[in-house]
Design a protein around this ligand. Structure first.
Ligand code: PMP
Length: 467
């Protein structure tokens, strides 16, 4: 990769020492961190990343579901460099703006469905969801509904890691008893996990049950008290969960009927991962009131998030406010360099028809991953296009999981790493969310290494008496 020189063993160890002693990583598992040390990523090109010693890996997770355009794209680097020299920063508060922010907001309004024509820029997905809650509560209050403050999310949902969005997230593993969560206005309903639906229930009946539960929750809290429903079109970090057929339309309709704002959190599903700029409309046929995006918006080249909201909301919040104003904003909202990266990224995506590429190669990735089902610990292969996962179980017939101490996802991911592939372990799952430039030949490489790694893991488990 451009300008990269592999480090020698002493230099690698020096980085390890600094990292270990001073850098608290996000979501660190201290046990494995102490045992294995860190994998130092140092360079990347296309769909491959290189560690500091120069070992190459196929990046099966696009950095963290975000490097959609692939690594080392000169056009984005140059846009960033040009903007840094021209105007690195100036605050966008009140009535000041900058050229890339205005251009990108207009571009997002053009790409987003229907009447979603207004953009609030943030520093990433968490701050975009956090902003959405404040924006919605402000909107509800401005239209005379001051008590409409409650927010409903889903178990297994992930919306971020600020105090508020950490509370909105519903992954049981992330709700540490040693942390505190906002519970006075944040609520959860069931995960739409089709694989783990009640034994013997049809997908259709499961869908109806989920919709009925959401309706009951809104009515229990009082429709006049519920501000919004937050949903990822496909739940990402909670386990690549594609809700049952009809779920999106029915929950969307219910929210419309009960005057609840529908927020589609497209931080992962947006920007081509499901074959379109936005999945809500083009994959699932719904038009939300608000779309949240981040990650693929700049393909990870710069931190940036956006809360894209409707004309109807804008009309209410932009009317003169006798009590003050919408007091929300970050120093780096609409950061010129991040917005310039976003514009260059979108231009490349359009020029190279990356969404079309995903629609073409996505079904092949799914088909090839499905060939892993002959392995006796592969319980489920699921997802859509470039957002996939494999669920590993002790017994596919009963869907029973391995005991926690087996750490099945991590074991498989470790074998993959040894063999030159990065997949992400989450509990029993291995997540696959590669850069969208992945070719068919690279799909074969990915699935081949994953198969070898699952086989190697089964061998280990047999030796240890777990199988
Ligand atoms: N929403 C979803 C659906 C996400 O997957 C994530 C991050 N993985 C976030 C929000 C939070 O985004 P960030 O980490 O950029 O704050």
């Amino acid at each position: 990769a451009t300008g990269f020189q592999a480090l020698n063993r002493n230099d690698v160890q020096e980085i390890w020492r600094k990292d270990h002693d001073h850098f608290l990583h996000p979501w660190t598992h201290f046990d494995s961190f102490k045992k294995d040390g860190s994998l130092i990523m140092a360079a990347a090109e296309g769909a491959y990343v290189y560690d500091a010693s120069g070992k190459r890996y196929l990046d099966g997770i696009g950095g963290l579901w975000c490097v959609n355009i692939g690594y080392g794209r000169r056009e984005i680097a140059e846009a960033i460099s040009r903007q840094a020299l021209q105007l690195a920063y100036f605050n966008p508060f009140v009535d000041t703006t900058n050229i890339p922010a205005a251009e990108l907001a207009a571009k997002l309004a053009e790409l987003a469905p229907g009447s979603l024509n207004h953009v609030f820029f943030t520093c990433g997905g968490s701050t975009a969801n956090d902003t959405a809650v404040r924006l919605i509560q402000y909107y509800q209050s401005r239209r005379g509904k001051r008590d409409k403050v409650h927010v409903i999310c889903r178990r297994d949902g992930y919306h971020g890691s600020t105090y508020l969005t950490g509370s909105m997230s519903g992954k049981p593993a992330d709700r540490s008893p040693n942390l505190h969560f906002i519970t006075d206005f944040v609520h959860h309903v069931s995960s739409p996990n089709v694989y783990r639906r009640p034994e013997g229930m049809s997908e259709e009946a499961f869908c109806d049950q989920l919709v009925a539960e959401l309706e009951a929750k809104i009515l229990e809290l009082g429709a006049d008290k519920v501000a919004a429903f937050f949903a990822e079109p496909v739940l990402g970090a909670g386990g690549v969960i594609v809700p049952p057929k009809g779920y999106h339309q029915k929950t969307r309709e219910l929210c419309r009927k009960l005057d609840v704002i529908y927020v589609s959190d497209e931080v992962v599903t947006g920007f081509g991962r499901l074959g379109h700029f936005f999945a809500s409309k083009d994959v699932f046929g719904i038009e939300p009131d608000i779309i949240i995006c981040a990650k693929g918006l700049t393909s990870g080249y710069q931190p940036l998030g956006a809360c894209i909201y409707s004309d109807a909301i804008h009309e209410v919040i932009s009317a003169p406010d006798p009590d003050g104003w919408f007091t929300n904003g970050y120093t780096y909202s609409g950061h010129p360099i991040a917005c310039a990266a976003g514009l260059a990224n979108i231009e490349l995506m359009e020029r190279e028809d990356l969404c079309g590429h995903v629609r073409e190669v996505g079904p092949y990735l799914m088909q090839q991953l499905n060939t892993l089902r002959d392995l006796p610990i592969v319980g489920d292969v699921r997802g859509h296009h470039f957002m996939m996962c494999v669920e590993n179980v002790a017994d596919p017939a009963t869907k029973e999981l391995f005991p926690d101490e087996v750490n099945i996802g991590k074991r498989i991911a470790d074998h993959c790493e040894r063999l030159g592939l990065i997949v992400r372990p989450i509990g029993a799952l291995n997540i696959i969310s590669p850069p969208l430039v992945l070719t068919r030949a690279q799909v074969d490489e990915l699935v081949g290494i994953l198969r070898q790694s699952i086989e190697a893991t089964m061998k280990d488990l047999k030796a240890e008496g777990f199988m």
